[in-house]
Design a protein around this ligand. Structure first.
Ligand code: FAD
Length: 520
């Protein structure tokens, strides 16, 4: 997958594309996979890097959403549990099951949560991940050795899925490409074009790298821009009523000593009525999240002080050692593209169901939903897009479609397991050049060969693409990412033809972004 070659293909393309998808997050890339695998002719444009938006900033759970069960949204939970099962089936190198323990401190919690979690397990049917059950105090401490013991009565254990969000996304981009889609990162759609009847028939876009404008026509344009949805809708129709209620969520990352072992903590009711997770992830602990309404979407949202304080203090209520600011290795924020609803008091209560909307101009928008349900969202969207564009009906094939790199036993590749079958190729790079096996930082497992792999075969274009979304360094340990950046720049420079001044600019741009992930 090479950006210059894809550009050439796009330039050579004659006639209308069947579909142009705007937005390279889970939703847009999911649509591109679905459309291409039905043999529709599809182009996807992403203004920044694939996954730069919300899709790299999630809690990384392939889940049905225990909380939505409490809200009575059984249909949504069942659908998401089924999608969780399909994700594990089609991407076992990137999704795995994880034990979650709800610690109980009050007498009523064990029967209450025990019943709810049993129902959660039953709703998964044949897509189940494991049996939920009540735990004694001793068993709870075995699972969570660092949980606060004062007043601890026991716990309830259940199973859900965990994944590496942006790594899955990159493998989805590769899947869409292999199915015949053309996908470009760093191409921003600036406006839409319309035919004589006023229907959207294409896009005007700008190659951010070359600062060049280009136009492309399509039978249908699909807006999959997440929290930016209303901006593109207003470009097509300035009077469009907003659909999105953006809501920010943050996570803090700590050393694994705060939660050693393999089980996660799930707190069903925090002070603000949300769920809080503390989850082992890539040898670290991820704690989140918040739900704070924000006025608008930004590509690099910044965690608010109140959110940081809330997570630190809530985590401190459950962990034997209260984490402090100086323990935070990375802080990251993301924006939920929630669909607005009348009469709903808080963003936490807004439905996570997806919506497909067609504006009078013919611009099709897909928004809402969850990472977990991207495949089902894409199936719905492509069904409707094909009808709108009067394309021949073709059945969806993604239920059985394996994600790039599929490997049933990825653990045999050790730390490179998330690459699936690509791990063997990365190992070959190392066999040919032993120095590429060197780690980039003593506190993280990433090796130099992964940088070259990302640039050569995964369309990484910047230091940030490599450190934030191909490897997860910036999300795991922001200071380590800053320390690694010069070596990463040296490795990328000859690959992308950067001279010294380009390298200096790239480093400065990375330092500016990385500053948002460091807690002072
Ligand atoms: C804190 C938090 C935790 C979450 N945890 C989970 C979880 O554990 N499990 C789960 O299932 N879901 C979770 N979610 C939800 C999930 O992350 C989102 O539903 C999903 O990532 C949305 O994907 P998207 O593609 O719609 O949006 P995005 O990932 O934001 O993608 C939209 C893309 O469109 C691009 N774009 C915008 N405008 C343009 C333009 N003009 N031209 C070209 N490109 C453009 C943006 O750059 C962006 O990359 C969480 C969300 C948040 C915020």
């Amino acid at each position: 997958m090479n950006r210059a070659e894809i550009w050439e293909r796009v330039r050579q393309h004659r006639g209308d594309w069947d579909m142009i998808v705007v937005g390279g997050g889970a939703t847009g890339v999911g649509v591109a996979i679905d459309a291409a695998s039905r043999e529709y002719d599809v182009l996807l444009l992403e203004q920044s890097d694939f996954g730069k938006g919300t899709s790299s900033r999630s809690t990384k759970l392939a889940h049905g959403g225990v909380r939505y069960l409490e809200q009575g949204d059984i249909g949504l939970v069942m659908e998401a549990l089924k999608e969780r099962g399909l994700l594990l089936q089609n991407a076992p190198h990137l999704v795995h099951d994880l034990a979650f323990v709800v610690p109980n401190y009050e007498w009523w919690e064990a029967p209450f949560y025990g019943m709810g979690l049993k129902l959660y397990q039953l709703l998964a049917g044949k897509y189940g991940f494991g049996k939920s059950r009540l735990l004694s105090r001793e068993e709870t401490l075995e699972q969570l050795p660092t949980i606060k013991t004062d007043g601890l009565r026991g716990g309830a254990i259940y199973y859900d899925g965990q994944f590496d969000d942006s790594r899955l996304l990159i493998h989805m981009v590769l899947t869409a490409f292999e199915q015949g889609a053309a996908l470009l990162n760093y191409v921003q759609v600036t406006s839409v074009t319309k035919d004589a009847q006023g229907f959207v028939d294409g896009v005007v876009a700008r190659d951010v790298e070359a600062s060049e404008e280009f136009r492309a026509n399509a039978k249908v344009v699909i807006n999959a821009t997440g929290a930016f949805t209303d901006r593109l809708r207003r470009a097509a129709d300035p009077s469009a009523t907003p659909m999105i209620a953006p809501s920010q969520g943050i996570h803090l990352v700590f050393k694994s000593e705060f939660l050693p072992g393999k089980s996660a903590i799930m707190v069903p009711h925090t002070r603000d009525g949300r769920v809080l997770f503390a989850i082992p992830w890539h040898g670290h602990v991820l704690v989140g999240t918040t739900d704070t309404p924000v006025p608008d979407a930004t590509l690099e949202p910044v965690a608010m002080e109140s959110e940081i304080e809330f997570i630190l203090s809530t985590a401190g209520q459950y962990l034997a050692k209260t984490p402090s600011r100086s323990d935070v290795l990375s802080v990251f924020a993301g924006i939920r593209p929630l669909v607005r609803a009348e009469g709903v008091a808080s963003t936490a209560a807004l439905s996570r169901d997806h919506v497909i909307h067609i504006d009078p101009s013919g611009l099709m928008t897909i928004c809402g939903g969850k990472w977990t349900t991207y495949r089902h969202m894409a199936e719905d969207c492509v069904d409707q897009a094909a009808t709108l564009a009067q394309l021949g009906e073709k059945p969806c094939v993604t239920r059985e479609l394996r994600i790039h790199g599929y490997h049933a036993s990825p653990q045999e590749f050790g730390k490179l397991g998330v690459y699936g079958t690509d791990a063997a190729e990365i190992r070959k790079l190392i066999d040919d050049h032993r120095e590429l096996g060197e780690t980039l930082h003593p506190e993280l497992p990433y090796v130099k060969a992964e940088v070259l792999w990302a640039v050569r075969y995964e369309m990484a274009r910047t230091i940030e693409d490599v450190l934030a979304r191909r490897t997860r360094t910036l999300f795991l340990n922001a200071r380590a990412a800053l320390e690694m950046a010069p070596t990463v720049a040296d490795l990328i420079a000859p690959e992308l033809g950067w001279d010294n001044s380009a390298k200096t600019n790239q480093l400065a741009a990375f330092r500016e972004v990385a500053a948002n992930y460091v807690l002072r």
